[in-house]
Write a protein that binds this ligand. Structure first.
Ligand code: 7TS
Length: 414
C-alpha cells in the first residue's frame, strides 16, 4: 500500500481557482501569479453575479418605498448585515455598521466615539506597525482634543513588546487601537491579550482587522473588542463596502458622524432626532449592491471554511519562506513567530520598485513601497519593501514563479 502523500490537499484548489475569472487572465502573455492580496483580493464569479443581478432585479433605494424592488433592495442590504453578524459572531446585527472600508471605520470611531469624549492629557495607544489609516484619524482626534498619542514599540522581528505596552497603560489611557495582522510585516498580534490589558485600565479597545478576517476566524465576542473594522475588498468582496463593528452600548451612546437621509427619525429646523444604530451612522444612500456582494463574499469564505483557508495559506507561507531562503539576496523584513499571509523582503542590490517591475514582466503581481506603514518601515530601517501576500487561491506554482523571477532579479542586479 502506498503511503498517503505528506501534504494531502486541504481543498480542491483547481476548482477554487476556476471560480475567479481574473486568475484566468494572461498578464503580459504569462499566467498570472497574483500575490498582492493584502492590497486587494480578486473576486469570485458568485460575487460578480450578485452585483449584476442586484442591478437587474433588485435595484431601488432602501428603507423608503413600499414597491417590490425597494423591498428586495432593503432585504438584500439587511441580509448582508445579518450575514456579517454571523461571520464576526456579533451579538446583534445592529452592531455591524456599513462603511466604505477600514479607513472609514476607524474615522467613524475616532470622530463619533473618541472626539466628543477625550480631553487634554488623555491618551490614545496605537502600535508601531499600524497602517496610516489607524494612525492619522487618532492624530486628528489628538489635535482637536489635546489628547496624546502613545505608541507600543516592536522588536526587530516585528513583534510588539508587551512589557512596554503594559508600561504605557495608565489612568489616562482612553483608547487602545491595534492592528490584528500587520499588512507590512504579516505579524499576528495577540489582540485578545492586548484588549484584556486595555480593559483592565478602563480603556476602550479597537482592532483594525483589515488583514485578519480573510485569514483566520474572528469572534468579536471572544476577543471582547469594543470596535472591530474590516474592508470587503480584501475579503473577496467589492471595493467601497466594509464594516465597523461596535458594541451596542457604544454605538447607542455615540453622536452621528455624518448627517443626512436615513440617519434621522425626524428633522425640524429647531431639533432633529436621530435614528437608532446602525442607521444613525449610515447617512445617505449606501452601497447597497456592495453590501449584497459582501454577503456573497462572506458566503464564499464561510462555505470554504476560514479554518481551512488558514491551513492552506499557512502551508503556502511556510513553503514561500523555505523557497525564498535559497536566494541569498532576499532578506525578509518581519520574521515574527506568528505570521499570516505576508512575505515582505528587500534585496540589497535592487530597489523594491525594480523588483516589482521585473516580477510584473513575468506575470507575478506583488506590491512594493512603504505599504502605508511608514513608521514601521522606519523602525526596521528600510524605506520600502517588496511584498508578496497570499490568498485562498494561491498555489505552490505561484510561489515558484515568484522565486524564479527573484532569481532573475538577483542575476540582473548582481
Ligand atoms: N488597515 C490595514 C491593516 C490595511 O492593510 C489597510 C489597507 C487599511 C487599514 C485600509 O484599508 P482600506 O480598505 O480602507 O483602504 N492596506 C493596503 C495594503 O497593504 N496595500 O494596499 C492597501
Amino acid at each position: 500500500m502506498r503511503a498517503a502523500p505528506a501534504n494531502p490537499p486541504i481543498y480542491n484548489i483547481e476548482k477554487i481557482r476556476g471560480d475567479f475569472p481574473a486568475l484566468q487572465e494572461l498578464m503580459r502573455g504569462k499566467p498570472l501569479a497574483y500575490l498582492d492580496n493584502a492590497a486587494t483580493t480578486q473576486k469570485p464569479q458568485a460575487v460578480l453575479d450578485v452585483i449584476q443581478n442586484y442591478y437587474v432585479s433588485s435595484n431601488a433605494n432602501i428603507h423608503r418605498a413600499v414597491h417590490l424592488l425597494a423591498q428586495r433592495a432593503t432585504e438584500a442590504y439587511e441580509s448582508a448585515r445579518e450575514k456579517t453578524r454571523q461571520f464576526l459572531n456579533a451579538e446583534r446585527a445592529s452592531e455591524c455598521v456599513f462603511v466604505r472600508g477600514t479607513t472609514e471605520a476607524v474615522n467613524l470611531a475616532a470622530n463619533a466615539y473618541a472626539r466628543p469624549r477625550l480631553k487634554p492629557g488623555d491618551e490614545i495607544v496605537v502600535s508601531a506597525m499600524e497602517h496610516h489609516s489607524n494612525i492619522v484619524p487618532w492624530q486628528l482626534v489628538c489635535q482637536a482634543t489635546g489628547a496624546r498619542l502613545r505608541v507600543i514599540p516592536m522588536n526587530n522581528r516585528g513583534e510588539l513588546i508587551m512589557e512596554e505596552y503594559e508600561a504605557l497603560l495608565n489612568e489616562k489611557t482612553q483608547i487602545v487601537s491595534v492592528v490584528h495582522v500587520s499588512n507590512a510585516l504579516g505579524t499576528v498580534n495577540p489582540v485578545r491579550e492586548i484588549g484584556r490589558m486595555a480593559h483592565e485600565h478602563g480603556a476602550v479597545f479597537m482592532v483594525d482587522g483589515a488583514q485578519a478576517v480573510q485569514h483566520m476566524r474572528v469572534d468579536v465576542q471572544e476577543l471582547n473588542a469594543d470596535f472591530y473594522a474590516f474592508s470587503g475588498h480584501k475579503l473577496y468582496g467589492p471595493t467601497g463596502i466594509g464594516i465597523l463593528y461596535g458594541k451596542h452600548e457604544h454605538l447607542e451612546s455615540m453622536e452621528p458622524y455624518e448627517g443626512g437621509g436615513e440617519m434621522i427619525l425626524s428633522v425640524s429646523f429647531e431639533k432633529t432626532t436621530y435614528n437608532d444604530p446602525p442607521h444613525k451612522f449610515e447617512a445617505g444612500t449606501p452601497n447597497i449592491a456592495g453590501a449584497a456582494a459582501l454577503e456573497a463574499a462572506l458566503d464564499y469564505v464561510m462555505s470554504l471554511g476560514v479554518e481551512r483557508i488558514a491551513a492552506h495559506e499557512k502551508r503556502l507561507l511556510e513553503y514561500a519562506h523555505e523557497t525564498l531562503s535559497f536566494n541569498r539576496r532576499v532578506q525578509l523584513v518581519g520574521t515574527a513567530a506568528e505570521k499570516a499571509s505576508v512575505i515582505s523582503f528587500v534585496m540589497d542590490s535592487a530597489h523594491p520598485h525594480d523588483i516589482g517591475t521585473i516580477l510584473d514582466s513575468d506575470g507575478v503581481a506583488i506590491r512594493t513601497g512603504h505599504h502605508c506603514a511608514q513608521p514601521a518601515m522606519e523602525r526596521l530601517g528600510v524605506p520600502a519593501t517588496a511584498r508578496a501576500s497570499i490568498g485562498l487561491y494561491n498555489t505552490t506554482e505561484d510561489i515558484d514563479a515568484l522565486a524564479r523571477s527573484l532569481n532573475k532579479v538577483a542575476e540582473i542586479f548582481g
